[in-house]
Write a protein that binds this ligand. Sequence first.
Ligand code: ZN
Length: 414
Amino acid sequence: MKLERYSMGVGDRFGCEGEAQLAAFEEARRRGVEVVPVWNKSNREHKTVGTQPESVRREADEAVRVRGWQYGYYVDADHIALDTVDPYIPHSDFFTIDVAAFIGKPADPDAVRAFADSQNGRVGAVQIDGIPQPLEVTAERITQIGETFLLAVQEAGKIYRHIAEQKGAENCIIEVSMDETDKPQTPVDMLFILAAIAEEGIPIQTIAPKFTGRFNKGVDYVGDVVQFGQEFEQDLAVIAYAVQEFGLPPNLKLSVHSGSDKFSIYEPIRKAVRNSGAGLHLKTAGTTWLEELIGLALAGTEGLELAKLVYARALERFDELTAPYANVIDIDQTRLPGASTVNGWSGEQFAAALRHVPNHPEFNLHIRQLLHVGYKVAAEMGAEYLNALRGNSGVIGENVTANILDRHLLRVFG
Ligand SMILES: [Zn+2]
């Protein structure tokens, strides 16, 4: 299985928006922007919502059937590990192998030494097409990278072989993700991580590093956009080099996680990808669930009441809901209006506070982040919430499609 050049991960916490999401990919294609969808749902989301991996496959297949989509599409077992992957294997064809927990843990010293020896020929100044200054590589640096990342790569190898044994290597797309860690990986790290992955025999098609800057959930990038752009370009150059040097799959590309809503880096990403001819996988997940709330608010009456109730409950349970996401949100609690204030809002006011238009005077990124991680509240409403989605699918679908199309697909890949 070979992943197309441009792909975008879409998440759908409650499994009702597959067709509206796919409509955005269709419209993009009509405008000459060819991107394939990858439906992703992490183990954490499944647990919070109470769904099984099979549900994502069913949703994707159904959306494709109903809309008559003729192109590629995939179902991503998102952020899986050796102890969580099994239920996903029959239903997924894309596997995001998360080995961030193994970064910095020591591998067998003999294995680190063997890795450093195998890469010893690269000590010196490594000249890479697309990077003006050669990368300075010392033997100590290679050893240090081996000490930091080799165990994680070995673990990725174990998980890959486990999947491939059951599924057949040709029936899966493999991503290795190292994004959920504190320290960003430099282009030199990336070079030798890819060397280790090649030695481990993992046919990766996408790699998700930790980039510089903050990728908070559902809101814009926070960090040095110029530095991000430079590192992103260098990562693309390193990948092209690694494909040649290490014999990795020729369509290997970068995967940007927590990629929804990062408007300020979309232009540098778009330019770098265009100029280099590289591919790109952009992973988005929670942005669709917020469009459900926006659609409910705009639907008025009962829908609006429900959206307000979700906010009120999320506010009450702030600590519990935000704790699992503490590293990927920045909420100023003093900027969260009280439930009684929000209860006085019109549907348009609620939508404007939540919809991601950063320069809109009523937009509130604190509300947006809280609700982004507050989907557990809606999950606990069960049928009440799902029935509201079905009852207002028209207005919700319009918002879901427009968000994926206008604020994501066209900006990044257009
Ligand atoms: Zn991720």
